[in-house]
Design a protein around this ligand. Structure first.
Ligand code: 6PG
Length: 250
């Protein structure tokens, strides 16, 4: 393990080790909180193996499903049945089998008037505020126990794309992002950096050779959303060997 700024970098051999290490960190955060637990999931392909692992008998038995609420850090504005829908991927991978339906909090995308990302964003912000019980985030009382994140090829994270005003947002918890910077080019809804930061741990999963170029830029300190996303608690980047830039290989 190495520390890079305030961020901890953990390298693992391959995607299977990545999912296992992430699953153990999920369990550790859950074990730490005897009360109500909030976990913010992410979309993309990287977390799928973790989600599937959490539904396997060993992990499933270690998780107090009744005490955990599941949110999503960003959503693509497509119908629930669309394979691009982030929360539907998580539902299919583990939530539908394991979590009580009332504990799953998707971003609404389905009806015609919800095709406006700002409408969906406002609804989700209200839902998060109601769950938190306040309209202001208190640094001493994080919104989430754990926030999962991924990194896109342009250095975006959640749906916070480089150079977009959403990255600079300091007041709102959730914003509409009318146009994506990379595929899929559908409108997005995204939690903002301050909302995502309000957690005990922010855990990035980064896997595969096609992440090497963007990791090289991020490690060089470029001012990109993935570099600006930090937890008020612990920030951890879990990276597999294939994603690791040459210079960082052991
Ligand atoms: C999204 C994501 C996004 C994702 C990264 C990495 O909705 O697109 O939440 O931020 O995490 O783009 O995606 P991959 O895991 O597919 O590489």
């Amino acid at each position: 393990m190495t520390t890079n700024g305030e961020r901890k970098i953990i390298t693992v051999a391959d995607p299977a080790a990545l999912a296992k290490t992430a699953a153990e960190r999920v369990i550790a955060r859950v074990d730490e909180n005897p009360g109500r637990i909030a976990i913010c999931l992410t979309g993309g392909s990287s977390p799928k193996a973790l989600y599937q692992l959490l539904a396997t008998p060993d992990y499933r038995a270690r998780i107090p499903w009744d005490r955990i609420d599941w949110f999503i850090g960003d959503e693509r504005l497509v119908p629930r049945k669309d394979k691009l829908h982030n929360m539907s991927m998580a539902r299919e991978a583990f939530l539908d089998r394991c979590a009580p339906a009332a504990n799953v909090h998707p971003i609404a995308t389905d009806t015609a008037d919800l095709r406006d990302p700002d409408v969906s964003a406002a609804l989700y912000e209200n839902e998060l505020m109601a769950f938190y019980g306040a309209e202001q985030l208190d640094p001493k009382r994080p919104l989430f126990d754990l926030v999962l994140m991924g990194i896109g090829p342009d250095g975006h994270t959640a749906s916070l794309f480089p150079g977009y005003p959403a990255v600079e947002e300091t007041q709102r918890w959730v914003v509409g992002v009318p146009k994506a910077n990379v595929e899929p080019f559908v409108p997005r809804v995204s939690l903002t950096l301050p909302a995502l930061a309000s957690c005990r741990e922010m855990l990035f999963e980064v896997s595969g050779e096609n992440k090497r170029a963007i990791l090289t830029r991020l490690f060089a300190g470029e001012n990109l959303p993935a570099n600006r996303a930090r937890s008020l608690g612990e920030t951890v980047w879990l990276i597999d060997q294939a994603a690791l830039p040459e210079d960082f290989r052991g």
